[in-house]
Design a protein around this ligand. Sequence first.
Ligand code: KET
Length: 398
Amino acid sequence: MFEHIPPFAGDPILSLNEDFQKDPRPNKINLSIGIYFDDAGRIPVMDSVKQAEQMVVAKGGPKPYLPIEGAANLRAAVQQLLFGADHEAVRSGRIATIQSVGSSGGLKIGADFIATWFKGSQVWVSDPTWDNHRSMFEGAGLTVNTYPYYDPATGGLKFAQMLATLRGLPSRSIVLLHACCHNPTGVDPTRAQWDELIPVLRERQLIPYLDLAYQGFGDGIEADAYAARALATAGVSFFIANSFSKSMSVYGERCGALSVVCPSAREAALVLGQMKFTVRRNYSSPPIHGGQIVATVLTDPALRQSWEVELGAMRERILAMRKKLHAVLSAKVPGRNFDYFLTQRGMFSYTGMTIAQVDTLRETHGVYMVRSGRICVAGLNSSNVEATAVAMAAVLAG
Ligand code: KET
C-alpha cells in the first residue's frame, strides 16, 4: 500500500539538530538551529515568561475551544506590539489578526489564503531565504521564484538588483521580506533602503509578506518593527507573520500570529472571515496555554518591562559573541576580513564557508552549522567561542 512513497530526505535544519543530539562527543558545539541558548548553553526560561505562566496556571478555569481566530487579548496585544497602540491602522481597525500555531502556522494560513484569493499571483523570496518559506508556499500550490538579495562578494545586500527585479514584477505578486534579522544571512536593508523599497512595492501594487520571527534580536523591539510600521503608514496592504518562539523562548508552545493590513476596516473583516475559514479547515482553532502566557507578558506592565530587559540582554550577549568570534578569527586568519560578523544582525551569520568546509568542521571538530555556511551565533558562549574560532581557522587554513 505504501511502497510508492519515497523516503523523506529530512529537513536541512531540523535533521542536523537531531544529528547533533546523537553525536556522543562531549565537546560538540551546536550552531545549527535558530534557537537562543544562554551563556551556559541552555534554552533559557525567561523570568517574565515563568511568572506569566504561573499567573495563567493560578487563574485555572476550564479549557474551552478558543474562537477560530484565537484569543482576543492576544490578538489585540500583537497589533500593538507590531504597530504601536496609537498607529492609525490599529485604531481604525483595518488590520485582521489571527493567533497562529507558531509563526509557521501563520505563514501557511496566509499562503493558503493567497492561493485561494490571488489565483494568478506568484511568490518571490530572497536568494537565499529560510528553506521552509519555499516549502510552505509550494505546499499551498503557489509558484515560488527568487529576487537577488545576498552578495557573496561583499557580504552585503544586492540592493540595486533587488529593486530592479521588484520593479519588473507583475502587480499583485507576493514579495516575501524578512522584517529584520534576515535568515540565513543576517543582512538587512537599512532604514534608508526600506524607505526606497516601500514606494516601489506600493507603486507596482506588489503584496509584501513580512516574516518577523526575531523581533528584538536586531536593534530592539521597536526598531525591528520599522518595516512593518513604515509599510502600514505608507498605505500598503500586506501580510505579516510574527513569532514568539525566539523572543519569549517558548518554541514548543507554538505561539505566533498572522496579520493582514488592509485598506479599510470593512476589507479587514472580509479577510478575517476567510482566514477563519482557512483555519477551520486546517486545525479548527489554536491552543490556549502558550497564547495566554504571551498575552500576559505583553499586557501586564511589570512583566512587559522585565521581558524587554531580558530580551535586551539576549541581544547584547549575541553581540558580544559576534565581537569575540570576530576578534579570534581576525587574529588567527590575518589575510581575511571577518567584519561581516559585526555588521550582520540577529541570530544568524553567513560565514562564507563551503559545503566541504562545513562538513569537515562537523566531522573533525564537532562544530555543527547548516550546510549553507549559516551559523546561529546564539549557540556560541564563553566556553565554546574560542574553540569554535580555532576550529574555523584551522578549516579555513585548509
Ligand atoms: N520564520 C523564520 C525566518 C524562521 O527562521 C523561523 C524558524 C520561523 C519563521 C518559524 O518559527 P516558529 O514561529 O517557531 O514557527 N527558524 C529556525 C527553526 C526552524 O527552522 O524551524 C531556524 O531557521 O533554525
